[in-house]
Design a protein around this ligand. Structure first.
Ligand code: NDP
Length: 286
C-alpha cells in the first residue's frame, strides 16, 4: 500500500514558517497586504477566495477584499487593478478566475503589475519561469514541487509525466520538474497510446479535470502519483483525476483528494505574498 502524502500537514508547516517570517517583518515595520478581487458570485470561487483570505489572516498578513457585481465592466475592473498597482501598501493582487464571459481574462492578467502578480499568471512571470529567471511561480505547480520535496521524494533524474497542458497547471508544472532535473513528458488529449506514456512515469502528475480517469492500468507499479484534479463524482462527492482506491495499492506514494494538492495552492499563494517583500520575486522555495 502506498504512503499517503499529507498536503494538509505539509501546507500547515509552510504556513507556520511564513507566520514566523511575517512576525519578523512586522518587527522591522514591514506589513504585507494582498488584494483579492472576485467578480460575480460563482460559489466555487467564493470558497477559494474565503480560504485565501483565511490563510492571510492565519499568517498575519492583511487582505483587502473586492467583491464586484457580475455586471462589472472590463474597464471598471481594469481601473481597479491600475489603482491597486499604484498603491504602495498593496503587495499582491489576485483576481479570482474564472471571470464572467464579457471580460477577457488575458487582458486582465496582463494589467496586473508583474511585481504584484502573486498568482504567477502574467506573461512576464511565465517567461521568467521558462528561462530560469526570478519571478512568481504559479501556486499549484509550486505546491506540487513542495509536496514531493518535503516527502523526501527525489525528482532529479526521474521520468516524470505531466498529464494536462493548461497554462496554470500542466505547462508550469513541466517547467518546474525540468528545473529539478527530471526527464519530463507532457501528455494531453491528443497523446497517442496514453497508458503506455503514463505507464513509464516514476512520478505521474494528473491534471486533466476528469473524475477518477486514472486507474491502475495507467500507472507503473511503485510510481509516485500526484492528483491535481478537483472534480465531483457521480454522487456529487469531491474527487480527483485519479481513482484513488484502485491506484493506491500499486503505487509507492499518492496524494488524496481532498487533502493533497489543494491546501498547497493556498500555502504557495501566501508564500508568494511574503516573497514579494522579502526576497523580491523569488518563485518556489528551494
Ligand atoms: P484544463 O481543462 O485547462 O486542462 C486539462 C488538460 O487535460 C488539457 O491539457 C487537456 O488536453 C487534458 N485532457 C483532458 N481530457 C483528457 C483526456 N481524456 N486524455 C488526456 N488528456 C486530457 O484544466 P486545469 O489544468 O485548469 O485543471 C486540471 C484539474 O486540476 C481540474 O480538475 C481542476 O479543477 C484542478 N485544479 C486544481 C487546483 C488545485 O488547487 N488543486 C488548481 C487548478 C486546477 P488538451 O490541451 O489537449 O485539451
Amino acid at each position: 500500500m502506498a504512503s499517503i502524502i499529507d498536503g494538509k500537514a505539509i501546507s500547515l508547516a509552510i504556513k507556520e514558517e511564513l507566520k514566523k517570517k511575517v512576525r519578523e517583518l512586522k518587527e522591522k515595520g514591514v506589513r504585507i497586504n494582498l488584494a483579492v478581487i472576485q467578480v460575480g458570485d460563482n460559489p466555487a470561487s467564493a470558497v477559494y477566495v474565503r480560504n485565501k483570505k483565511k490563510g492571510c489572516e492565519y499568517i498575519g498578513i492583511g487582505s483587502l477584499s473586492y467583491e464586484l457585481d457580475k455586471e462589472t465592466t472590463q474597464e471598471e475592473l481594469l481601473d481597479l487593478i491600475r489603482e491597486l498597482n499604484a498603491r504602495e501598501d498593496v503587495n499582491g493582487i489576485l483576481v479570482q478566475l474564472p471571470l464572467p464571459s464579457h471580460i477577457d481574462e488575458d487582458t486582465v492578467i496582463r494589467a496586473i503589475d508583474p511585481k504584484k502578480d502573486v498568482d504567477g499568471f502574467h506573461p512576464q512571470s511565465v517567461g521568467a519561469l521558462c528561462i530560469g529567471q526570478p519571478g512568481f511561480v504559479s501556486c499549484t505547480p509550486a505546491g506540487v514541487i513542495q509536496l514531493l520535496k518535503r516527502s523526501g521524494i527525489q525528482i532529479e533524474g526521474k521520468e516524470c509525466v505531466v498529464l494536462g497542458r493548461s497554462n496554470i497547471v500542466g505547462k508550469p508544472m513541466s517547467i518546474l520538474l525540468l528545473r529539478e532535473n527530471a526527464t519530463v513528458t507532457i501528455a494531453h488529449s491528443r497523446t497517442r497510446n496514453l497508458k503506455e506514456v503514463t505507464g513509464r512515469a516514476d512520478i505521474l502528475i494528473a491534471a486533466v479535470g476528469r473524475p477518477k480517469m486514472i486507474t491502475r492500468d495507467y500507472v507503473k507499479a511503485g510510481a509516485v502519483v500526484i492528483d491535481v484534479g478537483i472534480n465531483r463524482d457521480e454522487n456529487n462527492k469531491l474527487c480527483g483525476d485519479v481513482d484513488f482506491d484502485d491506484v493506491a495499492p500499486i503505487c509507492s506514494a499518492i496524494t488524496p483528494v481532498p487533502g493533497g494538492v489543494g491546501p498547497m495552492t493556498v500555502a504557495m499563494l501566501l508564500y508568494n505574498c511574503v516573497a514579494s517583500v522579502t526576497i523580491g520575486q523569488s518563485g518556489a522555495i528551494s
